[in-house]
Design a protein around this ligand. Sequence first.
Ligand code: FE2
Length: 278
Amino acid sequence: MLTDEQRRAWDEHGFLVVEGFYRDDECLGLRDRALELLRDFDPAEHRSVFSTTEQSHAQDDYFLTSGDKVRVFLESGVLGADGQLDRAPELAINKLGHAMHDLDPVFSAFSRKPELAQLATDLGFVEPKLLQSMYIGKPPHVGGEVVWHTDHTFLWTEPQTVVGFWVAIDDATLANGCMWAIPGGHRLPVRSRFRREGDGTATEVFDPEPYDTSGRVPLEAPRGTLIALHGTLPHWSAPNTSETPRHAYTLHVIDGTADYPADNWLQRPTLPLRGFAP
Ligand code: FE2
């Protein structure tokens, strides 16, 4: 499926952008399903704010036990004094996570598109396992920054195998907080590892130096674009200060031939890992 040029780009840059990988109706169908799942959500019962710039969520049991569930994480500043959402749910969510791809038929079909399975094989997967799904809201005005990080930091395997597949459900632009990456940054040593410790989590820092982001590039992406991100590629996205939403879907895949440590934050005690087969 990959052209020689795409393969070279993947090896050289650590990411691959494929426009039109998903059709509009596939993207809009996933958005409709995400909004349906949101309708069942009671913020008073499951209040949790997800923020990559604050660590409070990390201690949160709601987050740590979400690896085999479908849960809703809100942005900061969207709850009124009465504990209820002060705006429509789709304008308030940080994300849904982290097992829609196994628990919901619409998300499963989207995640198991045969072309995506083929792409994973082309990228070198031997036994691809679909580990984590996130439906990301990044709503107008309140959609937060996602700080520079690598996915291997959070979804560690020995050896490193994780690849992130990111799909633009809305057009992602400079204005609404598209992703940015450091081309070739996947060849840098990973600088930290996020893992469980006791009842909470800890970040093990191997190198405290911030990334040199002077060579960063924006990955603007019209709806339906697939961006594959190498697990050790540093990437980042800005807050959404625009009037337009920036919905996106990410699926993280690891190889079943690698070891998955028991102290990774994401554990799925009720749900064995599956591959791309429907
Ligand atoms: Fe990421």
